[in-house]
Design a protein around this ligand. Structure first.
Ligand code: TRP
Ligand code: ZN
Length: 484
């Protein structure tokens, strides 16, 4: 049978040739405010201003974990102004005299902690909050931040844009890897997952779409409509989204009963339809392969064409910059298991997202008129781009578990060679153990975080095979691997 040329999209915008030594910056950050500690016993100390991510040292904050974000965002596409109130419920993991939030641009109008005004200052993307009274270890506390302004996109190390981005008829908030700080203050690192309520107030006539379930849609004062969205399962903040525009909305259910909400820009609707029709089947397929779909809703946001340079697996409702095809929907839905439910412990673990989502494409293809994963694997190694364009990519430029810098976390090796690592495991252990491994991994780490080391240990334990050679050559090896 003739196979169509398979086009895989990666996000990357930078090109690179072979790279020598890694240049990961190991900057460790310290809190911005002095402690104010007088030496008495129950005083807290400042929470750290980063969680020592190897690629984004200032991302996230130490000393607390967020339990819930309650975001109230009002946006008017006519003037591009955002007004936000973020109520963040968190648990102190140490006594805290101050703590940080990640926040970029916009004006902070006021901060309260436990209902009392709190001092705050800003330095770069760190917002340091000093509560009137120190917080005790274990204390659950509520911080309210009021802010407003015209949000600017956050530019990533690879040159792409995240954050709050104006579209032809509205705006969208996206966050991977650190863009969410451009539209709400938070503990913006995937290691701190939380539940969310996201309320969006927009001029009447606009739709406003976010993660999870639509709890209410209410006409409020000044000719505006308020949409209240609820995410019941934990979410990493880079997976939060808010899309405002003139969408056609269709709702339904998948065969197993998961509520479905598709918001599609009318101009992209006809082109999106064939792929969107298959979404329910894709969710069922993923559930059969990887274990039950991890969330209580599913859907799609199709933005006006060209809004973003990439699609994103935003939780329960991936966003697409124009009409997606079936393969892209498959990729973003596969992330709901790999990335969204099982989230990376650090940005170094990105291949656990992209390698798995890419391998899901291979699996779907081999069951639906595409080449087998084995054929693709061989074609990539042999440089035969007629089977998979990835053969022409820079899949061998660096080891997937060690991108040479933050601008490379979405590079070809993370996607392509990441998928090849999984295929190498399959070659070693056989189909039965391999599929049990994929499912076990998604099940045992459901709604959690995991690292590359967690995966390699898990894979060996689960399959009973010594996979050291696969890790050494395919996952960590600097040289271009040869077919086994
Ligand atoms: N995760 C997206 C996808 O493949 C691509 C992407 C967008 C990305 N922004 C990123 C990947 C930042 C890594 C880092 O579906
Ligand atoms: Zn992806």
């Amino acid at each position: 049978m003739e196979h169509p040329r398979i086009i895989r999209r990666t996000k990357r915008t930078t090109r690179l040739t072979r790279l020598a030594a890694p240049t990961v910056s190991a900057v460790l950050s310290v809190a911005v405010l002095a402690t104010g500690c007088t030496g008495s016993t129950v005083q807290g100390r400042p929470g750290a201003s980063g969680v020592r991510d190897p690629y984004f040292p200032r991302a996230g904050n130490g000393g607390y974990q967020v339990e819930h974000y309650d975001l109230n965002l009002a946006y008017d596409p006519a003037d591009g102004r955002l007004h936000g109130t973020a109520v963040i419920t968190a648990r102190a993991e140490q006594g805290l005299s101050s703590f940080n939030l990640d926040f970029s641009g916009l004006k902070v109008e006021g901060v309260e902690v436990q209902g009392a005004g709190a001092r705050h200052n800003r330095s770069g993307t760190e917002l340091t909050v000093r509560p009137a009274k120190d917080l005790k270890k274990g204390e659950v506390f509520r911080t309210e931040i009021d802010y407003s302004g015209r949000p600017k996109p956050v530019v990533d190390p690879d040159g792409s844009e995240e954050g709050w981005i104006a579209t032809a008829d509205g705006a969208v908030g996206v966050g991977e890897p650190v863009g969410s700080m451009g539209w709400f203050p938070g503990n913006h690192h995937p290691s701190d997952k939380a539940t969310y309520d996201i309320k969006l107030t927009v001029p009447k006539g606009y739709e406003a779409v976010s993660n999870g379930a639509l709890r209410s849609r209410t006409d409020v004062a000044d000719g505006r409509t308020e949409f209240a969205w609820h995410s019941a399962e934990p979410m990493a903040s880079y997976l939060a989204t808010a899309a405002i525009g003139k969408f056609d909305v269709t709702t339904g259910r998948t065969p197993s009963g998961i509520p479905l909400y598709n918001a599609v820009t009318p101009a992209e609707s006809a082109k999106s339809a064939p792929a969107l029709e298959r979404l329910p089947e894709i969710v069922e397929w993923g559930s059969a392969k990887f274990g039950p779909y991890p969330f209580d809703t599913v859907g799609t946001i199709v933005l006006p064409g060209g809004t973003l340079g990439y699609a994103l697996e935003t939780q329960t409702k991936p966003v697409y910059p124009g009409a997606p095809d079936e393969n892209l929907i498959l990729h973003e839905l596969a992330h709901q298991w790999f990335g969204n439910s099982v989230s990376p412990k650090s940005w170094k673990d990105m291949w656990l997202n992209e390698g798995f989502a890419t391998y899901a494409e291979w699996l779907w293809a081999e069951e639906h008129d595409g080449p087998t994963a084995q054929r693709r694997f061989e074609a990539i190694v042999d440089g035969d781009a007629t089977v998979d364009q990835a053969a022409d990519s820079e899949w061998d430029a660096f080891p997937p578990a060690a991108p040479p810098g933050p601008e490379h976390i979405s590079g070809d090796p993370v996607y392509v060679r990441g998928a090849m690592v999984l295929h190498r495991i399959r070659q070693e252990v056989g189909d039965e153990k391999f599929f049990a491994l994929l499912r076990g991994w998604a099940t045992d780490h459901r709604h959690g975080n995991a690292s590359t080391a967690d995966f390699t240990a898990y894979a060996q334990r689960h399959t009973g095979h010594d996979l050291k050679k696969v890790w050494d050559v395919w996952l960590y090896g600097k040289d271009r691997p040869k077919a086994p």
